[in-house]
Design a protein around this ligand. Structure first.
Ligand code: GDP
Ligand code: ZN
Length: 314
């Protein structure tokens, strides 16, 4: 008896996929039927973690008799990684992401704001809402309270939610658990910020460095998969992405960049000229907002940096 249904891709190892019918879990193996191509895409992988797919199966699926993926349903959004600035080849990291949690730390490793801002622009371009997670606060909040406050002022001022956490003391973990519950979340952060520690703090049964869901279902066909979705016991679906650099590049024209700084976009409605680069034009409302402190100088500097470098990543 042939059955069919819709499921979500939670892992891809070589030609084998693991599917799950969220919000349940019970992963089962599947392969692509024939060649499924993404319309108009340049992606090396037509099916990515987070994709919703239609499948058929004839019996209980096993690695020897996997389900067949027959169709990839339209995506609400997706995040891609380009191999190099000029390469046309791209890899879809994740599809249908409800929210990205960008994990940062002011110390160890030291945060680089222009880099974070570039990443925030990327998420804006992809239409993925962002929450910032300031981790390791146990290490530095008492030492540099004014820098913690400044971080919050800059990013809350730009419209982002900031959650302070410590995987060591457990501070903020409940807030993070609530913020991720029931959502497909992309977790990203520079190596060493405590991404794995936070995943373990949210759900101690998970260990991203071990990747426990793989073993049973993909035995014998073990290929490392970069991206994988985990389900926490509170039904958050976390996609772990190694390294912030993973999706730091997008194609943007100079005049488009400011559209992806939410606070500049809002202020720019009052600029005298359209388009306005918000650099030298008279009557620029963005520059006025920076002068009056309504837009942070740090964010504006990141914007100027991106304008200058723009030619490099086109
Ligand atoms: P990942 O590379 O982002 O997955 O980072 P890890 O979770 O492996 O953590 C890197 C190091 O930072 C480890 O030594 C952790 O014990 C430590 N660490 C993680 N979170 C915290 C935290 O909130 N506070 C402190 N003090 N150390 C942390
Ligand atoms: Zn302007």
């Amino acid at each position: 008896m042939e059955k069919s249904g819709i499921a979500t891709v939670i892992k891809n190892a070589g030609s084998l996929f693991l599917l799950s019918q969220l919000p349940g879990w019970a992963p089962f193996p599947a392969v692509l039927r024939g060649r499924i191509r993404l319309k108009g895409g340049v992606a090396t992988n037509p099916v990515a973690v987070g994709d919703r797919v239609r499948f058929t199966l004839e019996e209980d699926p096993t690695p020897e008799h996997p389900a067949l993926i027959t169709e990839v349903l339209p995506r609400k959004n997706y995040v891609i990684r380009r191999s190099t600035n000029l390469s046309r080849q791209a890899h879809v990291i994740a599809a249908n992401v409800d929210e990205a949690f960008l994990i940062v730390s002011l110390w160890f490793p030291e945060i680089k704001l222009p880099f974070l801002d570039r990443l925030l622009v990327t998420c804006q371009v992809y239409g993925v809402p962002v929450t910032l997670v300031l981790n390791k606060v146990d290490l530095y909040r008492d030492e540099i309270p004014e820098q913690v406050a400044a971080f919050r002022r800059i990013y809350e001022g730009a419209g982002y939610r900031v959650i302070e956490t410590s995987a060591v003391t457990g501070e903020g973990i409940e807030t993070l658990r609530e913020a991720t519950r029931g959502k497909v979340c992309l977790l990203s952060g520079e190596s060493g910020v405590g991404k794995s520690s936070l995943i373990r703090a949210i759900d101690p049964s998970l260990d991203p460095k071990v990747g426990e869901i793989s073993e049973v279902h993909l035995q014998g066909k073990h290929t490392t998969s970069l991206y994988e979705m985990y389900r926490t016991r509170d039904e958050a679906f976390l996609i772990d992405t190694p390294g912030l650099r993973g999706f730091g590049l997008v194609d943007l024209k100079k005049e488009e960049i400011a559209l992806y700084f939410p606070e500049m976009l809002e202020a720019s409605r009052e600029c005298r000229f359209t388009p306005c680069t918000h650099t030298h034009e008279p009557g620029c409302a963005v520059k006025a907002a920076v002068d009056e402190g309504r837009i942070s100088a740090e964010r504006y500097n990141s914007y100027l940096g991106m304008l200058e470098e723009d030619t490099k990543f086109r």
